[in-house]
Design a protein around this ligand. Structure first.
Ligand code: GTP
Ligand code: MG
Length: 135
């Protein structure tokens, strides 16, 4: 069984899509949410979280956007959740994301793509330590 870090980004919170998105995760067989918190992220946390993208043209606006309002951070546990939440989310560009996926159903803007989910076991371990060190 796996654990992954999920962030419902500030656009999801502002647009009142938190229940909708969490509902999709919650309904997957055998998965459970084991931590959940509304919090506003500081730039230090975001720089660590998105460090791999530092220097890219979208990096600064991404950090600014992610600090622009509260996110919902959650830990999800269960069978193949790392791959599974990424599949529920859809690809990074919401226009390329298929209808039925979270980004495909609700997004249009690459930056404001509603949800983050860890992309590998290594990322999940690193991100869970960063967001839920007590967990
Ligand atoms: P996260 O779960 O947020 O990490 O998204 P991801 O893994 O699907 O994408 P990636 O890690 O490559 O990029 C992180 C975030 O940066 C994306 O979710 C987008 O919000 C933003 N981003 C990535 N690539 C681009 C881009 O080419 N243009 C813009 N404007 N934003 C981008
Ligand atoms: Mg990523």
């Amino acid at each position: 069984t796996q654990r992954t870090l999920v962030l419902l980004k500030p656009d999801a919170v502002r647009r009142a899509l938190v229940g909708e998105i969490i509902g999709r995760i919650e309904r997957k067989a055998g998965w459970s949410i084991t931590a959940l918190e509304l919090r506003t992220l500081d730039e230090g946390t975001l720089e660590q979280h998105y460090g791999e993208h530092k220097g890219r043209p979208f990096y600064e606006p991404l950090i600014e956007f992610m600090a622009s309002g509260p996110v919902v951070a959650l830990v999800v546990e269960g069978e193949r959740v790392i791959e599974g939440v990424r599949a529920l989310a859809g690809p990074t560009d919401p226009i390329a994301a298929a209808p039925g996926s979270i980004r495909g159903d609700f997004g249009t803007i690459v930056r404001e793509n509603l949800i983050h989910a860890s992309d590998s076991e290594e990322s999940a371990i690193r991100e869970l330590k960063l967001f839920f060190p007590e967990h």
